[in-house]
Ligand binder design. Structure first.
Ligand code: FES
Length: 326
């Protein structure tokens, strides 16, 4: 089990890394790519496909972005940032203030979206969700493993990273699927194929996109479906309030339908560290002792979910208090 800042034996935080913005490119109307290089022009710390880095922005908050270049190229980190006008402000800050030549402070690479051991890999991206899957495709190609990349976009103008995609498109390893009310519904069953041992699916995109794709993967073994979601957590229709118990304080806290466990506990002065607040970094993980959690993160494995909950996104059965080890 990995340690998190909420474990009493958590290791000291790794040192931040400073990089220079070497190139900014407008990929689509909303997406810009940023190529980051070491200050001395040398190699950067290695990373595995699916990993992300944190960028410490001028508001002192850290935002996480998937690394989308070839992991074998140690001379650059490449990220894609989609401007979210209704988001938490990180993308607006980067689009507005980052310039070529400027320095950025990074928190080191983390990976909760690794490639699994398997003989076939289906990479499924919706929009900006293409970023980690590009790194995976590059790694699978280098290892000569079987893979296919499905990239869903609303229109041709929304296709980002055309240069990175080009070889995969030419070899038939990738395909772009136009998916919007203006297009005929894609033949999803045919595109996704059938599950079998050794075949893994990887999903990255908006919550709505992931729900849509997952609804077509119900006959897959959940351990062979891997997900990454960098969008802010939002309440879902049908969410209700429920109760959590902070057992070490003997405190009962009501979690309203539109609030996370993390924030309900904070309001009750039970402080849990958090970073991404969208279920993708694992910082806010805590153990639970009883109750029926509804897991909505993209971090924990099925085994970890028997013991831990990600408090920034997950919820619980309203008929039974969720007792947390906090
Ligand atoms: S704060 Fe990142 S998973 Fe909860």
């Amino acid at each position: 089990m990995k340690a998190t800042p909420n474990d009493s034996k958590a290791p000291p935080s790794p040192q931040p890394l400073y990089v220079r913005i070497d190139r900014i490119r407008q990929e689509t109307e909303l997406i810009r790519s940023y190529r980051l290089v070491a200050l001395d022009g040398g190699e950067l710390p290695p990373y595995e496909p699916g990993a992300h880095i944190g960028i410490v922005l001028p508001d002192s908050k850290t935002r996480y972005y998937s690394l989308c270049g070839d992991p074998n190229n140690r001379r650059q980190y490449l990220i894609g940032v989609q401007r979210e006008d209704a988001g938490r402000g990180g993308s607006r800050l980067l689009h507005g203030s980052a310039r070529e030549g400027r320095f950025l402070k990074l928190v080191p690479v983390r990976n909760h979206f690794s490639l699994a051991d398997g003989d076939s890999h289906l990479l499924i991206a919706g929009g900006i969700g293409i970023t980690p899957l590009l790194a995976m495709a590059a790694s699978l190609e280098a290892q000569r493993l079987d893979y296919h990349l499905l990239y869903f976009v609303r229109s041709e103008q929304d296709v980002a990273f055309r240069d990175l995609l080009a070889p995969f498109l030419v070899s038939g390893r990738a395909q772009i699927i136009l998916s919007s009310p203006n297009h005929a519904p894609p033949p999803l069953a045919e595109l996704l194929g059938t599950p079998r041992p050794g075949r893994h699916a990887y999903l990255c995109g908006s919550p709505g996109f992931m729900d849509w794709i997952e609804s077509h993967l119900l006959d897959w073994d959940p351990t062979q479906v891997h997900k990454e979601n960098f969008h802010p957590a939002t309440a879902r229709p049908g969410d209700t309030s429920f109760t959590v118990v902070a057992s070490r304080r003997n405190l009962e806290v009501s979690v309203p339908a539109d609030q996370s466990i993390l924030h309900a506990l904070r309001d009750a002065a039970v402080l849990i560290d958090s970073v991404c607040e969208n279920g993708s970094c694992g910082t806010c993980q805590v153990a639970y002792l009883s109750g029926k959690p509804e897991h909505r993160d993209s971090v924990l494995t099925p085994k970890e979910r028997q013991q831990y909950i990600i408090t920034c996104v997950s919820r619980a059965d309203p008929d039974e208090p969720l007792v947390l080890d906090v």
